[in-house]
Design a protein around this ligand. Sequence first.
Ligand code: GLT
Ligand code: MN
Ligand code: MN
Length: 389
Amino acid sequence: MSDSYQPKPDHKFTFGLWTVGNPGGDAFGQPVRRKLSPVEIVHVVAEAGAYGVNLHDNDLVPIDANAAECDRIVAEFKRALSDTGIVVPMATTNLFSDPAFKDGAFTANDPKVRAYALQKTMRAIDLGVELGAKIYVFWGGREGVESDAAKNPLDAGKRFREAINFLCEYVRDNRYDLKFALEAKPNEPRGDIYLPTTGAMLGFIATLDHPDMVGVNPEMAHEQMAGLDFMHAVAQAWDAGKLFHIDLNDQNFCRYDQDFRFGSHNLKQSFFLVKFLEDVGYAGSRHFDAHAYRTEDAEGVKDFARGCMRSYLILKDKTARFNADAEIQALLKEINADDPTVAAFAGKYSRDKANALKAHPFDRIALGNRGMRYEKLDQLVFDLLMGIR
Ligand code: GLT
Ligand code: MN
Ligand code: MN
């Protein structure tokens, strides 16, 4: 593999313990790979050249571990971090695996489950902060329904809001340097999950007591499951100042949660996403929330991890080529050219401006006849991505 695509810590590439550690079980079949310990995963990720690992509380500490076991596991894990230089930029809570959460966590109908979810999350926040995390993700995989007879979405929304408000206060009270990032998903494992898209999350954040502490963690495959353009969701989050974290992966549109290697499926969408992140100067983690195909062994897992980062770096290189390509840039300039005959109408409203615009003659037929040259532009992008230019 070419050296120019070698990952470095500055690239901020991270993997979840649950991603590289995924043993390949699915709804129809057993695991196919040995379960790696958190310490082993840290070494795999470090050898692949990543910057960090992210974790759920129970990726590291089993849900039924006692205090002494917990201390031992955390100490061993910290040693692996310091041996390798791997950091933990993000942490989260597993509020979906245990049967206690079968009807949700913060939105569960049983108030004891809701209280337990808060307790588990406060403890997991303490652990994440201890490990150095600055971002705390909330993915509510069980926060939904199969039947709307079971739960009123207004109640669910109120409960979710109360939980996030409570936890924001907990972080403030403890003076933790921690921000929250909400991750949307349309369905799976619930039939329908509340707040199913990044756009829905952004609307919800505005209703919180401390909206400044809360942003989003958009996941590529989750928007694609809903048939949406991921880069547009990311752009809206960026515009709102809410792109606190990002989950990169890939998948076929409108299917189950495939979590494929980044760059493995939708080449152009992946390119425009990388281009967006690089052009705006997104400085957060590039987290790969994906896993190796079930066909792979331990070596295939390494191929998967290296492949995610390599594809990102290749697409970053393509971004630089796109931005430096004289023909593409000339075409973009032509497409976006200002028109002095209407320049006076742009920008802020004034009554004079509105009156002048209302009186302005437009050649509607000519507007409709203009060719936009997008076919040519898009083919240039294709040629560039294929290495022809
Ligand atoms: C789970 C889910 C991911 C979330 C993780 C964080 S866990 O694997 O599919 O999209 O980001 O809870
Ligand atoms: Mn996913
Ligand atoms: Mn995710």
